[in-house]
Design a protein around this ligand. Structure first.
Ligand code: NAP
Length: 270
């Protein structure tokens, strides 16, 4: 029996257990995916303990994504993003990855969207914004980061190859010539709010909203109304999980089974 899991606090409503376990069941793997809520002061012992017990891998969520960076050997992309969301326990110790960036690019690819040589606008410069900006820039897009706190966008842009950064007032100018828009702020969760005024959207855009509760956010509704292409945040969530699944098990993930489980739990909880 292989054991994988998630550490964070809180983790009670995580969609990762049903999504990963649907994958194990589909492939006939003897594995379980469990959730753990260690006390923040016990984070290091929790990771060492999991390693000693033979846990195969852990996902990491709030509030530990940044702190874990110091406790594992981070892959170069995780180091650049500044956060680890996936740990693999190897013979050489725990190795840290960030699969949110590939979650963005695989979600777009799944919808037939090419990222090479595109003009992308990322709204937000927190964890998801950093992952999206690096993921899109590494895949060949030129990236503009717009954030409520403009200085944070400019600081991130200094790190991301070829990127620019500014406040939310730059959206009007930057979106008119953009092909891709990623909302990586938390705006739109629970409330019917959007970080991007509807009048700035246009039919040539593909809009990915990292927010996945609700499944269809106000931003995605506005995008559909303008004739833009839309990609739900659930696809990003799916593919960050698929990437971790494949790294841990060495198997090609049963994407459809994992997506079905994710969708059914998302619908249940929305
Ligand atoms: P975070 O690090 O706390 O960053 C939050 C971002 O939202 C910051 O850029 C912040 O701007 C901005 N923001 C917050 N309130 C705002 C407001 N009222 N108006 C404008 N901007 C506002 O959070 P995160 O970890 O990046 O997560 C952001 C969202 O992405 C969450 O909804 C999360 O669930 C989602 N997410 C989804 C996936 C997925 O797989 N689909 C993966 C990761 C995250 P300031 O810098 O100005 O504070």
């Amino acid at each position: 029996m292989d054991v994988y899991g998630l550490i964070g606090n809180p983790v009670g409503h995580s969609l990762s257990p049903p999504m990963h376990e649907a994958g194990y069941n589909s492939l006939g793997l003897e594995a379980r995916y469990l959730t753990f809520e260690p006390d923040p002061t016990e984070l290091q012992s929790a990771i060492q303990g999991a390693d000693a017990l033979g846990v195969g891998g852990l996902n990491v969520t709030i509030p530990f994504k940044q702190d874990v960076l110091e406790l594992v050997d981070p892959a170069p992309l995780a180091k650049r993003i500044g956060a680890v969301n996936t740990i693999e326990f190897t013979d050489d110790g725990p190795r840290g990855y960030n699969t949110d960036a590939i979650g963005v690019t695989r979600a777009l690819n799944e919808h037939g969207i090419t990222i090479d040589d595109r003009n992308a606008v990322v709204v937000g410069a927190g964890g998801a914004g950093r992952a999206a900006a690096f993921g899109l820039a590494d895949a060949g897009s030129s990236v503009h980061i717009a954030n409520r706190t403009a200085e944070r966008a400019r600081d991130l842009a200094d790190e991301v190859p070829g990127a620019t950064g500014a406040g939310l007032d730059s959206l009007a100018d930057r979106l008119s010539g953009a092909d891709l828009l990623v909302n990586a702020t938390s705006v739109g969760m629970e409330e019917a709010e959007t970080p991007v005024p509807a009048e700035l959207l246009h039919p040539e855009l593909t809009v990915l909203d990292a927010v996945y509760t609700p499944i269809e956010t106000q931003l995605l509704r506005d995008a559909t109304d303008t004739g833009a292409n839309t990609v739900e945040g659930a696809w990003m969530l799916l593919f960050q999980g698929v990437e971790a699944f494949e790294r841990w098990t060495g198997e090609e993930a049963p994407v459809r089974a994992m997506n079905d489980a994710l969708r059914s739990h998302l619908t249940e909880h929305s």
